[in-house]
Design a binder for this molecule. Structure first.
Ligand SMILES: C[S@@+](CC[C@H](N)C(=O)[O-])C[C@H]1O[C@@H](n2cnc3c(N)ncnc32)[C@H](O)[C@@H]1O
Length: 186
């Protein structure tokens, strides 16, 4: 994302959300879009975000209420497991603790925020095969899993996936999800 934002007219920096290198009371607003379930301690991360916001600053948070695996995604998961690939991530995402508006609201309140608007946004996206494949081979859990395979095994595995993917229909590449969107005041 930073690489893509090269034209931005604001400073760009990557930091751990758990310990922001930013002075207390600096920003008017902060956005955590599909990030909170990745951090080791969501309450501590929210408290850290609140610390860097000005009084009456605002935060926007999105998490997944529903993020079902597509049939095409299932093929990738099955074939990767069959090839012996595994996810070396020390910490899988924790969707369970923030998959309802009430749970997200409680997390925000526990960190000292006053929850404001809460709504569910339904999302639908039709992938095409090249982009779906690029996403799986370049990002996230499938990339991490592929990277655990030695080169020849990885190629064999990708061939097997490619063979099964050649039979999928457009509908198998439709992602449907529901995102929880919450705004809150610091
Ligand atoms: C699902 S992506 C969402 C990216 C972006 N917000 C969006 O909506 O497209 C999750 C992001 O959380 C970031 N992330 C995970 N753990 C983090 C941490 N401890 N501190 C900061 N960012 C983290 C990852 O690098 C990744 O970019």
């Amino acid at each position: 994302m930073l690489a893509r934002a090269t034209g931005a007219r604001v400073p760009l920096v990557a930091m751990d959300a758990m310990t922001l290198g930013i002075r207390t009371g600096t920003f008017d607003s902060a956005v955590l879009a599909f990030v909170l379930f990745h951090v080791p301690d969501p309450s501590a991360a929210l408290a850290e975000v609140r610390r860097v916001l000005r009084r009456q600053g605002a935060v926007g948070v999105t998490t997944w209420a529903e993020d079902p695996v597509t049939k095409a995604g299932q093929i990738w998961d099955e074939e990767l497991s069959g090839c012996g690939a595994w996810d070396p991530s020390p910490q899988p995402p924790d969707h369970e603790s923030m998959n309802t508006p009430a749970k997200v609201g409680r997390l925000l309140s526990a960190a000292g925020f006053t929850p404001g608007r809460v709504w569910i946004e339904r999302l639908e996206h039709q992938w095409d095969m090249p982009r779906f494949t690029a996403l799986r081979t370049h990002f996230g859990a499938t990339k991490r899993k592929l990277d655990t395979l030695e080169l020849r095994k990885r190629e064999t595995c990708l061939d097997q996936i490619g063979e099964r993917m050649s039979h999928v229909e457009a509908g198998d590449l439709v992602c449907r999800g529901a995102a929880i969107c919450v705004t809150a005041a610091a």
